[in-house]
Design a protein around this ligand. Structure first.
Ligand code: UT7
Length: 332
């Protein structure tokens, strides 16, 4: 079986920057609190458009870098919790807007672990020969489901999109090499959007009660995230005989700098080997990991054969880690 390798990347964030000082103007919060408790300094919010509009520029960049056209794509997977519509899927919207007329596809819902979950599914499709050019998108327009009057959540999130292209590789040494995924539905109550689904359809009451926004019991989720992120990274290192010095980059989901630092510490990894951009984008949910990959590639900080560990924790609870070896040379 061939390996599934990442053969191109792309990303997009909206132009409008909202620094912490934006929230200081109307909420009982401070730049100092936000930076100290989360590591976030600013984030981007899309003033117009939907999640698919965060994906399209990222997808175009991804295709252009690979030198192929949208018609060459045979499958589109979109990881998101902020789909354009309940149905049709955002993948179908992306297919139309991109002109990827030969692609089938679907959305995958695993919140902050969406990209990792989707990467595993995508890799299996490519390994099985069911897809040869798969566009994997992680994107969220979190501003569409964040209560801007709630200081506990408003300051945490941002909008963005990241895309990777997966193709089969005959070189068994590069590509997606291993993965572990977990879920514990008991954690669902601590991070969710209460209304809008079939459990609680939209009504005047749900709107008045502000139930169409992210609800999070931050401290509970934080404690679980610290434990699970460290546990799953150590597990994947052990399974693959990896020591800290073998790893070029840890690519963690960007929810809180303190969670990221704690994970790196448990791995024995110094922070200069950890991709961090939470200071500039906040938590963009399914987009955090592909955003990191694309930015680091663009900056020439990723090289062929680099060993990467991708790790995330999020609503569900869902969590997991992927071990891959980077299959692209540095850009010219
Ligand atoms: O991405 C998916 C998974 N999500 C996560 O991994 C997020 C996990 N959780 C977190 O990152 C953190 O729990 C938060 C950043 C959300 C909160 O940080 P914390 O250190 O856990 O704070 P806390 O919720 O325990 O709140 C401490 C205090 C509270 O005040 P009291 O009760 O001690 O008086 C909060 O009301 O900080 C208060 N607080 C704020 N103060 C200023 C909460 N939000 C703010 C705020 N500005 N924005």
């Amino acid at each position: 079986m061939p390996r599934a390798a990442i053969t191109s990347v792309g990303h997009y964030v909206p132009e409008t920057v909202y620094p912490n000082s934006y929230f200081e103007q109307y909420l009982d919060t401070s730049d100092a609190w936000i930076v100290e408790r989360t590591g976030i300094r600013e984030r981007r919010f899309a003033c117009n458009g939907a999640t698919s509009d965060l994906i399209i520029p990222a997808a175009r960049q991804c295709l252009e870098r690979r030198g192929i056209s949208a018609e060459d794509i045979d499958c589109i997977i979109v990881a998101t919790v902020t789909p354009d519509y309940f149905f049709p899927s955002t993948a179908a919207v992306v297919q139309r807007k991109l002109g990827a007329t030969r692609a089938w596809g679907f959305d995958l819902s695993a919140a902050c672990s969406g990209f990792i979950y989707a990467l595993v599914v995508a890799a299996k499709l490519v390994e099985a020969g069911f897809s040869r050019r798969l566009l994997l998108c992680g994107a969220d327009k979190m501003s569409s489901i964040v209560n801007f009057d709630d200081r506990a959540t408003a300051v945490l999130f941002g909008d963005g999109g990241g895309v990777v292209l997966l193709e089969p590789s005959d070189n068994p040494d590069v590509g997606v090499l291993d993965a572990v995924l977990y879920m514990n539905g008991e954690g669902g109550q601590y991070l969710y959007m209460p209304a809008g689904g079939s459990a609680k359809p939209p009504s005047l009451e749900t709107v008045q009660n502000k139930e169409h926004y992210v609800f999070q019991e931050g401290r509970t989720v934080f404690k679980e995230a610290v434990i699970r992120m460290a546990e799953v990274t150590l597990q994947i290192m052990e399974r693959n005989g990896l020591r800290a010095e073998d790893i070029a980059w840890l690519v963690p989901h960007q929810a809180n700098l303190r969670i990221i630092t704690a994970t790196a510490e448990r791995m024995g990894l110094s922070m200069d080997k950890v991709m961090v951009n939470i200071d500039r984008y906040g938590n963009t949910t399914a987009a955090t990991i592909p955003l990191c990959l694309s930015e680091w590639y663009q900056a020439g900080k990723l090289d062929y054969g680099d060993r990467l560990i991708l790790v995330s924790f999020g609503a569900g609870y869902t969590w997991g880690a992927v071990y891959l070896r980077w299959s692209l040379p540095k850009p010219d």
